[in-house]
Design a protein around this ligand. Sequence first.
Ligand SMILES: [Zn+2]
Ligand SMILES: [Zn+2]
Length: 136
Amino acid sequence: MPAKNKTTRDFIGIILKKSDVPLNASQIREKFSKKPDLATIYRNLDKMENDGSVGVFTAKGRVRLYYSSEGKGGHFIFCRICDRIEKLQFCLFKELKAQIEKKNQFKVIGHYLFIKGICHECLHVFNSKKNRPYRF
Ligand SMILES: [Zn+2]
Ligand SMILES: [Zn+2]
C-alpha cells in the first residue's frame, strides 16, 4: 500500500471497507505493508469504534471482529465451530425498520446482523458422528 499522507487510521478504514468479512486486529495488521504495532492498531480501532466508523462483533465471547460501518451495514453469518464468516447477500431489514419506527417510536439510523450458527460443513460432520462432540 502507498504510505504517503495517509494515517494508520485511514488505512484501517480502507482495509475494512475492502474486506468482505469482519477482521480482528492482527488480521488488519497483516494487511499493512509497513506493519504498525498491534497497540497502535487497537488504539485506532478504539477511536473508530467510538466515533462509529467501525462496528465490532464479539465472536465466541472474546475475539473482537471489526467491520466498516460506512456504506452498507454488516450482514454476516458466523460458524461457531470452524469460525468461518460469510457475508449475507440479502437484507430483510426494511420491514423490521418500519415496525420498530412505528411501534417503538424510534428513529432507526443503521443496523447490523451477526448471526451465529453452524455452517453446512460442520453440520455434515456433526450429523455423521455417532458420539456428537458439539454442544449447541
Ligand atoms: Zn463451520
Ligand atoms: Zn440490512
